[in-house]
Design a protein around this ligand. Structure first.
Ligand SMILES: N[C@@H](CCC(=O)N[C@@H](CS)C(=O)NCC(=O)O)C(=O)O
Length: 224
């Protein structure tokens, strides 16, 4: 039996959704974030040394890193579902988006989360104007332009086909859900990018997405 080591409000929601789409049975072991630091509890380090979510265990095997988990589940348990045929242009796009989600899209979104927090973080009063000025500069010169460029690119790609890899829904769409949900929550993704907002609406309406939400518990990113 597959166990998803699931942290509330986290990327592991994607793994629950994938398993629901594949119709593969699974158990969930729930972990709660520290209310102050938002970090995962130390117990998650007993499953994988980095203590990040998601991690799955399948018998004696532990698999970490969302993209690797998606590949493992689709290849090992998917029976050909949600995976474009090998050697096709759709398969190459699938691989691209599977890596893009964590390899490219999440970096500036994470930086935005961190630098947005600087202004409200406790620090000596004399340091505050300096810290604020540095974070504003990083946001305006690097983070925001990168997020905007990436959102424009993703919007254009969804103008080529309904889903990221082509005309068929695939596991790459599941992997791409988290950066887009995070961008909608904290980086200005809105109706000015109609293809991306329609994508979020479409995925949130899927029965498997809703079933995963019911099983997973708190997840504040499912807004469209
Ligand atoms: N690239 C990794 C990122 C893992 C990651 O940072 N997970 C976050 C949850 S969204 C986490 O565990 N945060 C809690 C912590 O860092 O303690 C993946 O996709 O698996």
């Amino acid at each position: 039996m597959i166990t998803v080591h699931h942290l509330d409000n986290s990327r592991s929601q994607r793994v629950l959704w994938l398993l629901e789409e594949l119709g593969v049975p699974y158990d969930i072991k729930h972990y709660r974030r520290d209310a102050q630091t938002m970090q995962a509890p130390p117990a998650l380090r007993e499953v994988h040394p980095l203590g990040k979510s998601p991690v799955i265990t399948d018998g004696d095997l532990a698999v970490a890193e969302s993209g690797a988990i998606v590949e493992y589940l689709v290849e090992r348990h998917g029976g050909g579902k949600l995976l474009p045929a090998a050697g096709t242009p759709q398969r190459l796009r699938y691989t691209y988006w599977l890596h893009f989600a964590e390899g490219t899209a999440m970096s500036p979104l994470l930086m935005k989360l961190v630098f947005d927090k600087v202004a409200s973080s406790p620090m000596p009063f004399f340091a505050k104007p300096i810290a604020k000025a540095i974070s504003a500069k990083v946001l305006s010169s690097f983070v925001t332009p990168n997020i905007e460029r990436q959102l424009d690119f993703m919007e254009a790609e969804l103008g080529r086909s309904e889903w990221f890899a082509g005309d068929a829904f695939s596991a790459a769409d599941i992997q791409m859900s988290f950066p887009l949900e995070a961008a909608a929550q904290r980086a200005g993704l809105n109706a000015s990018r109609p293809k991306l907002t329609a994508f979020l609406k479409r995925i949130h309406a899927r029965p498997a997405y809703k079933a995963a939400l019911e099983r997973g518990g708190p997840y504040s990113f499912a807004n469209d």
